[in-house]
Ligand binder design. Structure first.
Ligand SMILES: [Cu+2]
Length: 207
């Protein structure tokens, strides 16, 4: 009993210190503009709290996220980075050579994708979380929202054969939330000019 109580003391002291250290590394808060515009300060804080662990990519992998390998950029507009998908949370299936999903549940604390920016030293820095559902699975209802912020309608445009607006996915709804890298274009924009992909021999980044 006494030993148990003594052992409990250092843990109780250490806990707040660890909490403060975690708060210090948790990056970019929502800009005042985002909070004012959408009034989502507490919701964004909750998502950040639930996803801060994925700043260590090894933790993300342990939780089931899988790298999509390519760093996606739109030169002149910005980049996303390297997507890590969670096959289970998406209900991932392949359809006509594209990624499709059968799961329509959207849980803000359990994003279907995480996005990392490759670093010069080979490391990966978490920059955003992303929510996803396939349009076919979702059905004719209005697009899903993140606390009222509507998802983007994403599908390949057959009239631009050299660009894949669907990014390898079948038609889907998605929303990026730039919780870990402040985005000058806004918290929920598709592309972030403050994120970059490494220059490849073929040119600047892939799409
Ligand atoms: Cu993306």
């Amino acid at each position: 009993m006494l030993r148990h109580a003594l052992r409990g003391v250092p843990a109780a002291v250490a806990l707040p210190v660890a909490a403060i250290a975690l708060a210090a590394v948790a990056a970019a808060p929502a800009t005042p503009q985002d909070v004012a515009e959408f009034g989502l300060g507490p919701q964004l804080a909750a998502v950040r709290k639930a996803t801060a662990r994925y700043q260590d990519v090894r933790v993300a992998i342990a939780y089931g996220y899988v790298s999509e390998q390519h760093c996606i950029a739109m030169p002149g507009t910005g980049a996303m980075g390297v997507h890590f998908v969670h096959p289970e949370r998406m209900g991932l299936v392949m359809k006509d050579g594209r990624i499709d999903g059968t799961d329509t549940e959207i849980d803000p604390t359990q994003p279907e994708l995480l996005i990392y920016e490759p670093q010069k030293d080979g490391g990966l820095t978490l920059v955003a979380v992303e929510y996803y559902t396939s349009q076919e699975a979702w059905g004719p209802a209005p697009p899903p929202t993140f606390y009222g912020v509507p998802f983007n309608d994403m599908k390949d445009d057959p009239s631009t054969p050299d660009v894949d607006e669907g990014h390898g996915f079948t038609p889907h709804y998605d929303l990026h939330v730039w919780l870990y890298r402040e985005n000058p274009r806004g918290m929920f924009a598709q592309w972030n000019p403050a994120v970059s992909c490494p220059v490849t021999p073929e040119g600047h980044a892939t799409h």
